[in-house]
Write a protein that binds this ligand. Structure first.
Ligand code: AP5
Length: 215
């Protein structure tokens, strides 16, 4: 299974990638998570990326293509991959196509998560992530279940992403419209695009995703 999950910030790509990884064993490859790890580790990449992410802008294409090349070379990606948050520009999509051509692993499908803007804003405002296990929750629609601890037995250590404040969310949504939405036509023209209604319960969206990818 080699998938690209496409959609606006808050459309549920990360949540569904984690759930699909759990039921299929195919790894989620989230460029947002890879960048946040670099920020937390204080690497040169992390220091450069932090200012860009906090401003709601995109990290440059060359850097992102380097990150993806390195990530897809790891052994777990031989089983396939669920790309979450990549590609985000036409240049990244062209670079990805060249890379996958080189390694003989073309994308099977690109799934577009469709959600109304008002729902996106509500989701991002209530999103919380566990600092230790990385699971994504929502204070109203998807809180940690009582008695369901983090992997190490302690309660989840939830935090709010710094780029989920109202102003940065507005910026990210506008960057999505300008830079990433053109990928809808790009992948549609290649016959790879599948659209799903990503509003509804997590289980409903799971089922629509499975139907779209034929699993
Ligand atoms: P990234 O981390 O990729 O952020 P994003 O694409 O903006 O997407 P989000 O993580 O905000 O949303 P999501 O669709 O994953 O939604 P989620 O599942 O969390 O990127 C962050 C930054 O890194 C970028 O702004 C950029 O600076 C940089 N970057 C990353 N990749 C890059 C690239 N390729 N090129 C350049 N720069 C890059 O869900 C949101 C909330 O909704 C959660 O609380 C969840 O619990 C809830 N929820 C999900 N589904 C449902 C449902 N069905 N019903 C109710 N609630 C739901």
């Amino acid at each position: 299974m080699r998938l690209v999950l496409l959609g606006a910030p808050g459309s549920g790509k990360g949540t569904q990638a984690q759930r699909l990884q759990a039921r299929s064993g195919v790894p989620q490859v989230s460029t947002g998570d890879l960048l946040r790890e670099a920020v937390a580790a204080g690497t040169e990449l992390g220091r450069a990326a932090k200012a860009v992410m906090d401003a709601g802008q995109l990290v440059d294409d060359r850097t992102m293509l380097g990150i993806i090349r390195e990530r897809l070379a790891r052994p777990d990606a031989r089983r396939g991959f669920i790309l979450d948050g990549f590609p985000r520009t036409i240049v990244q999509a062209d670079g990805l196509a060249r890379l996958l051509d080189e390694i003989g692993q073309p994308v099977d499908a690109v799934v577009l998560f469709e959600v109304e803007p008002v729902v996106l804003e509500r989701r991002l405002a209530g999103r919380r992530t566990c600092r230790r296990c990385g699971r994504v929750f929502h204070v109203e629609s998807n809180p940690p279940r009582a008695g369901e601890p983090c992997a190490d037995g302690r309660p989840h250590d939830l935090f709010q992403r710094p780029d989920d404040d109202e102003e940065t969310v507005r910026k990210r949504l506008s960057v999505y419209r300008e830079r990433t939405q053109p990928l809808i036509d790009y992948y549609s023209a290649k016959g790879l695009l599948r659209r799903i209604d990503a509003d509804g319960s997590l289980d409903d969206v799971d089922a629509r995703l499975d139907a779209a990818i034929g699993s």
